[in-house]
Design a protein around this ligand. Structure first.
Ligand code: SF4
Length: 539
């Protein structure tokens, strides 16, 4: 039984909104695009260094020694810089050194993004030249005024290249209006269609054009391709609207700026499972390099800020955002699979099976089986599932956790013997409190009341009810091979009340789940406390 609800389903929303227009912390961080940060005079042409852009080795060039990594950085940290412009002329003199510095800092993967046909071609060449570098191709809104009848076919052809994993940078920019707005909207829509047809996610530029960007993405059903609104600097309301389209939000250098507090407050409300780390280099360098040339090696400064906002370690933020990049773009380290135990917010979670009687429509079990960057994929064959000894070894010393919870992508009571043996072993090792999260179908599957067997083994049980009627339960949980399962869940709760010191009924706040009705059943019919669980975070 999963107590987690990885933020992957359309319709998910961060809580709250600060309303109004895009935040401009200090009025200063809002995004550059050519001609701002690196000087005036409009966008640079391919091969032309933007005005004010430092030359390699000149003023503003990164020093030979990068700033020291964040103190919280963990060994083995692997980051994906999901948005950089390695084909930019700013890197012409030292591109290889830039990529090597990124690798040395743990930024093992980079997605280099094109902005017109020529830079897209160059980006593919760059991606083909370096380990861990991939490409996105597309026409930036500033450049759409130069599109002719050969441009989009060329981008479509490039999009099929094996090293190309996305279509971008595309979108709308009503701040600079370097191309007429009508042309911007037309070519943005055409490129979204191209991405959907190519089956590649979009990388979206959105500046002072949130409503129109959202409208086009919604009308073109962008969720068929997926994508990211890169370097997101909008408000919480706009973030919520993009998340509802199943899009990700890109976090870049401005998040780490000293005047980035308003943006940090927005990102605090965005599930980190929907956030991608990016540098947008050579632009928007985070502190302590602000104002200088940016490069992918500085992606971990963004990850560190994200970690602080979400109360995670830098390693956790890296693991989760790297997992997000792999899910969206298919790039990143190989999945290892098989995490049996993982810590989160002072609790130790045990993942002992991926089998489940249900197929809840929102469950990560049915998609990527990743939670907080931990790959919880286990063998589907019972004979190949890990034994109690392996689970206990993975759990390590449980005495330092406030609680040990049996809760992964699967239903723990399907492995009743292993569950009991592991729980007893944990108790001997000093576990303070042991809780089972279950769908309550264990007794029905076993053909007898299993609850007495777990008496004395567990301290608490959380039963996921999810519905107030058999019909609603069938719609949400889609139980396989069990006729009319809902009454059996309630019977499980009634039995649990007799045998465990603590029993609660829960339901997840998701579309189609009537929380008030579930609470009524729990409290009035079953006589147990009720807890509504949030969309993303477990507790
Ligand atoms: S499908 Fe199974 S593991 Fe996933 S949420 Fe539903 S009951 Fe839990």
């Amino acid at each position: 039984m999963s107590e987690q609800n990885p933020g992957g389903a359309p319709g998910g929303s961060p809580g709250g909104s600060n309303g109004g227009g895009p935040p401009r912390p200090g009025g200063g961080f809002h995004r550059r695009r050519r001609g701002r940060r690196f000087g005036r005079g409009g966008p640079p042409r391919p091969g032309q260094r933007p005005q004010g852009q430092p030359e390699a080795g000149g003023e503003g060039q990164l020093p030979a020694a990068l700033p020291p990594p964040p103190a919280a950085r963990e060994d083995g940290l692997v980051l994906v810089d999901t948005h950089c412009h390695l084909a930019d002329a700013a890197f012409d003199r030292d591109r290889r050194a830039v990529v090597e510095r990124a690798h040395a800092q743990g930024v093992a993967f980079m997605l280099s993004v094109g902005s017109d046909a020529e830079s897209s071609r160059k980006t593919i060449d760059v991606a083909g030249s370096f380990r861990g570098v991939y490409a996105a191709v597309g026409i930036h809104p500033h450049e759409v005024k130069g599109i002719d009848n050969k441009t989009l076919p060329a981008i479509a052809s490039m999009a099929s290249h094996s090293r190309v994993v996305a279509v971008g940078e595309i979108g709308l920019d009503y701040y600079r209006n370097n191309s007429p707005q009508k042309a911007q909207r037309h070519w943005f829509r055409e490129q979204v269609r191209l991405a959907v047809k190519a089956g590649k996610p979009v990388i979206v530029h959105c500046r002072d054009a949130g409503e129109d960007v959202h409208a086009i993405l919604a009308e073109e059903k962008v969720w068929r391709a997926g994508g990211v609104v890169h370097c997101f600097t909008g408000d919480a309301e706009l973030a919520k609207k993009f998340l509802a389209l199943d899009l990700h939000l890109g976090a870049a250098g401005p998040l780490a700026f000293d005047d980035g507090q308003a943006l940090q407050e927005v990102f605090a409300q965005v599930p980190i499972e929907r956030v991608l780390v990016e540098t947008d280099s050579p632009y928007l360098a985070p502190p302590p390099m602000r104002g200088k040339r940016n490069e992918p090696a500085l992606a971990y400064q963004v990850a560190e800020t994200l970690a602080r906002i979400h109360g995670l370690s830098t390693g956790e933020a890296a693991r989760i955002t790297t997992s997000n990049a792999r899910r969206l773009f298919g790039i990143g380290p190989e999945r290892k699979g098989g995490s049996l135990a993982y810590a989160h917010e002072g609790r130790l979670y045990l993942n002992i099976t991926n089998r489940c009687q249900n197929a809840c429509y929102y469950c990560g079990l049915l998609s990527d089986r990743v939670f907080k960057g931990h790959d919880l994929t286990l063998p589907s064959e019972p004979a190949e599932e890990p034994g109690a000894a392996a689970i206990l070894e993975a759990a390590g010393d449980p005495s330092g956790y406030g609680e040990v919870v049996f809760s992964g992508f699967g239903e723990p009571t399907l492995r009743l013997d292993v569950l009991a043996e592991v729980a007893r072993g944990l108790r001997e090792k000093g576990a303070k409190r042991i809780r089972l999260v279950t769908n309550g179908l264990g007794s029905r599957t076993a053909g007898y009341d299993i609850v007495p067997e777990l008496r004395g083994v567990l301290d608490a049980v959380s039963v996921s009810l999810q519905a107030a009627t058999p019909e609603a339960y069938a719609k949400v949980c889609k139980t396989q091979g069990i006729e009319n399962p809902y009454p059996s869940v309630k019977d499980f709760v009634r039995s649990a009340r007799l045998h465990f010191p603590e029993v609660e009924v829960t339901a997840v706040r998701m579309p189609g789940i009537d929380i008030a009705a579930c609470e009524k059943v729990a409290r009035e019919e079953l006589g147990v406390p009720f807890r509504a669980r949030e969309y993303v975070l477990t507790d």
